[in-house]
Write a protein that binds this ligand. Structure first.
Ligand code: G1P
Length: 293
């Protein structure tokens, strides 16, 4: 019987070099997509999947991220005095209940596997989710909720996958599919981090959503550097997949790589189009700036 997934790890220590100078004093995950910081989309996706505890693995920018998710009494008082209910609701939407946010410090940027390993004591001995906030995923059902559902059926680790062009396999972890569909889920026998196209076992890329058994920490403890000289989460998962149940689920929604300015621009437009109060004006503007061919 699978246990429920209560905790999520959100690695947010990245330096965000592709967003300089914007990311010089503001963490990349705090840059806005419409009117919410990128990190809040991942937190909301996690909440929608039933996650109750949020573990942020931070670098030098911990304070800003903490401030965002804490209740700000002065701001509340200011908005309440003005009777600005809309802004009060917007502010409240960011607040995580006391005791539900925890912070682990990743002192050196040694890789995603290392970032997740830094959360081991806060996760403890239970299955947990990992969300990479750079990947903004719009789906119905939301991606993590789908993984939690599959985990409930299979009891093992589960990752989200999306097909990418062969030429782009070197940018992702790529899954090795060994089994038939189990419902929506594919059985995985392994995965490879950032393989050149000829070495890629498939075109199914890992897209930053994971449900992992706590046994992954045993593999991560070895701290063996992999692709790019970094300690890779994919390598630990690949070892696990050879020994225990590991599934992949194709994500059918839309994904945006907000680790790059173009991805963030596209996400901003896509998210704004979903907002009835912004949609019409945005459409007119896009028509205005699009040369007619
Ligand atoms: C990370 C993971 C990779 C995954 C990707 C998804 O890579 O290591 O397996 O496919 O995120 O965005 P990064 O983009 O941090 O180099």
């Amino acid at each position: 019987m699978a246990t429920s997934v209560r905790k999520a790890v959100l690695p947010v220590a990245g330096m965000g070099t592709r967003f300089l100078p914007a990311s010089k004093a503001v963490p990349k995950v705090m840059l806005p997509v419409v009117d919410k910081p990128l990190i809040q989309y991942a937190v909301e996706e996690a909440r929608a999947a039933g996650i109750e505890e949020f573990i942020f693995v931070t670098g030098r920018d911990e304070a800003t991220i903490k401030d965002h998710f804490e209740r700000d009494e002065a701001l509340y008082a200011y908005l309440a005095a003005r009777g600005d209910d809309e802004s009060l609701a917007a502010t409240a939407s960011a607040v995580l209940a006391p005791g539900t946010a925890a912070f682990a410090r990743q002192e050196k940027p040694l890789g995603l596997g290392h970032a997740v390993f830094c959360a081991r004591d806060l996760v403890g001995d239970e299955p947990f989710a990992v969300l990479l906030p750079d990947e903004l995923l719009l789906g119905d059902p939301p991606c993590l909720a789908e993984l939690v559902e599959v985990h409930g059926r299979t009891g093992g680790s589960v990752v989200a996958l999306a097909e990418v062009p062969q030429a782009e396999t070197g940018r992702y972890g790529i899954a090795e599919v060994t089994g038939e569909d189990e419902g929506e889920a594919l059985a995985l026998g392994g995965m490879v981090e950032k393989p050149d196209p000829p070495r890629a076992p498939s075109r199914l890329a890992l897209i930053g959503r994971y449900i992992l058994q706590p046994g992954v920490f045993t593999w991560l403890a070895a701290q063996v550097p992999g692709a790019g000289g970094e300690i890779q989460l994919t390598d630990a998962m690949a070892a696990m997949a050879q020994e225990e149940r590991f599934h992949g689920v194709r994500f059918n929604g839309r994904r945006f790589d907000c680790g790059s300015p173009m991805g963030a621009i596209q996400a901003t437009i896509a998210c704004a189009m979903e907002r009835p109060e912004l949609r019409q004006e945005l459409l007119s503007f896009l028509r205005e700036v699009t040369p007619s061919s």
